[in-house]
Design a protein around this ligand. Structure first.
Ligand SMILES: Cc1ncc(COP(=O)(O)O)c(C=O)c1O
Length: 458
């Protein structure tokens, strides 16, 4: 290892990180001086904590403390860390090959994973919903592929349409095409708006599974009708908008979008990257409604949080339309497409999910999160509390002081990564009741603590 002895003296621009281990830890000092973290500044970085190892639902930090990972590593590690079945799948695949190109070659892990996905991603009645699988290396890339598929499909059907209808409040990734379908005003990519394809945005659906959608339906129907001759597809995160605001909306909206797509010759794309594999209490969020899209993106929990991998599933009709386009082939082919190591682990992950324990686990977590977070509603500075499946959200009235909340929950043995005005958890499904209670207790205490500090400061 290149020992970061480092010519690095921490740059003067680096903010001191109160309570962090930077001074005592040369690796952390190197990190602060040279590494760029997600959504962070390279010159004035926020604090980071160094993880030594992880096991079950716990992260072991460099100072020896262990904390429950209430984030499942950004919603992926649904079975926790160092799961023996997933570890074994990785070792077994490593012994054969870790990677081989997918252009002109294929391999068992990709073939069997595709077969498993086509069997498992079904309609609500359990009937197969898709015919083809395209593997991508991340969620954002899967969204890019889905958008390209939709545009090529329309071209193949003699309709040169390239705009996409998306929802306000949505989030679909950080690459340019995916950014163009994120909320253009409230979303994190608004700075880039001028350089992105100009999409059409329907209003954010009303909040709550059973909300009245009459007005939303009227506005959205009008928008689709007005722009139909330019629109290739509609893309949404079904039922739960994640990184755009942890917003739960009525499944009935999905039925409206299906009808509109059918009426105007648009493809319907579901981005199940965050919601897939049980997170919302149904195996896929599309099962909350009896609606099947034309294209479906899955990722995140696909490998149980071990490696980056995503997949785009589509119907035979979509594949036929793409083939009828001038290019005849789908113009996409990443270097690490269908990486065998990732595919092998994903297969093992789907095997664990097939055992079916996830349903009881997620239902139990939902109940426990609801009990544990409901008292937050009475705390000062809290706007809303909502729970869906293994997702628990406390929305504040102001932006969260992220370092303050992070430290407050870490002191209570829990790792969380709040954003915007949201303190939330998406824990691993294998959390025990005690783990969930520890997470909700930490959230309650942290929210109360930051509210108190804010009041004193005002
Ligand atoms: C709904 C949704 N789509 C796409 C993405 C992008 O996935 P990735 O971070 O793997 O690129 C995310 C990530 O949070 C997501 O929540």
């Amino acid at each position: 290892m290149r020992v970061p002895s480092l010519r690095t003296t921490t740059p003067t621009t680096v903010r001191p990180s109160p309570g962090s281990q930077v001074a005592a830890d040369p690796l952390l000092a190197f990190d602060r001086a040279h590494l760029w973290h997600p959504y962070d500044s390279a010159t004035t970085p926020g604090p980071v904590w160094r993880v030594e190892s992880a096991s079950g639902v716990r992260l072991r930090l460099a100072d020896g403390t262990e904390v429950i990972d209430g984030m499942s590593s950004w919603w992926c590690a649904i079975h926790g860390y160092r799961h023996p079945v997933l570890d074994a799948a990785a070792r077994d695949q490593l012994a054969r090959m870790s990677h081989v190109m997918f252009g002109g070659l294929t391999h068992e892990s990709a073939i069997m994973l595709a077969a498993d996905l086509l069997e498992l991603v079904t309609d609500r009645a359990g009937r197969p919903a898709f015919d083809h699988v395209f593997f991508a290396d991340s969620g954002s890339v899967a969204v890019e592929v889905a958008l390209k598929m939709a545009i090529q499909y329309q071209a193949g059907r003699g309709r040169p349409r390239s705009r996409i209808l998306a929802l306000r409040g949505g989030y679909h990734g950080d690459t340019l095409g995916a950014m163009s379908v994120c909320d253009p005003v409230e979303g994190m990519h608004r700075l880039f708006a001028g350089g992105l394809p100009q999409q059409v945005f329907a209003p954010c659906p009303p909040s709550g599974l059973g909300a009245d959608i009459a007005e939303w339906t009227a506005v959205t129907s009008r928008l689709v009708a007005e722009h139909a001759d330019q629109l290739a597809a509609i893309i949404v995160e079904p039922v739960l908008q994640g990184a755009g605001g942890m917003h739960v909306y009525p499944p009935a909206c999905l039925r409206v979008l299906r009808e509109l797509a059918d009426a105007f010759g648009l493809l319907l794309v579901f981005d199940e990257i965050a919601t897939g594999f049980g997170r919302t209490g149904e195996f896929f969020a599309l099962h909350h409604a009896d609606v099947v899209p034309d294209i479906c993106c899955v990722g995140k929990a696909l490998t149980g949080g071990y490696l980056t991998l995503a997949a785009v599933l589509c119907s035979a009709e979509v594949a036929a339309g793409v083939s009828a386009s001038e290019a005849e082939v789908l113009m996409h082919g990443p270097t690490f497409m269908a990486n065998p190591l990732a595919c092998a682990i994903a297969r093992a992950n789907l095997g664990l999910l097939r055992e079916g324990k996830w349903r009881e686990q997620v239902a139990g977590i939902q109940q426990r999160l609801a009990c544990g977070l409901e008292p937050c509603r009475g705390l000062p500075g809290v706007r809303d509390v909502r729970v869906l499946g293994a997702v628990g959200v406390v929305q504040l009235t102001k932006p969260v002081d992220v370092p303050a909340v992070t430290r407050a929950v870490l002191r209570r043995g829990v790792w969380l990564r709040p954003f915007r005005d949201l303190v939330y958890t998406m824990p691993p499904y294998i959390c025990t009741d005690d783990d969930i209670d520890a997470i909700t207790a930490a959230i309650r205490a942290a929210v109360a603590e930051v509210a108190q500090v804010a009041e004193v400061g005002e």
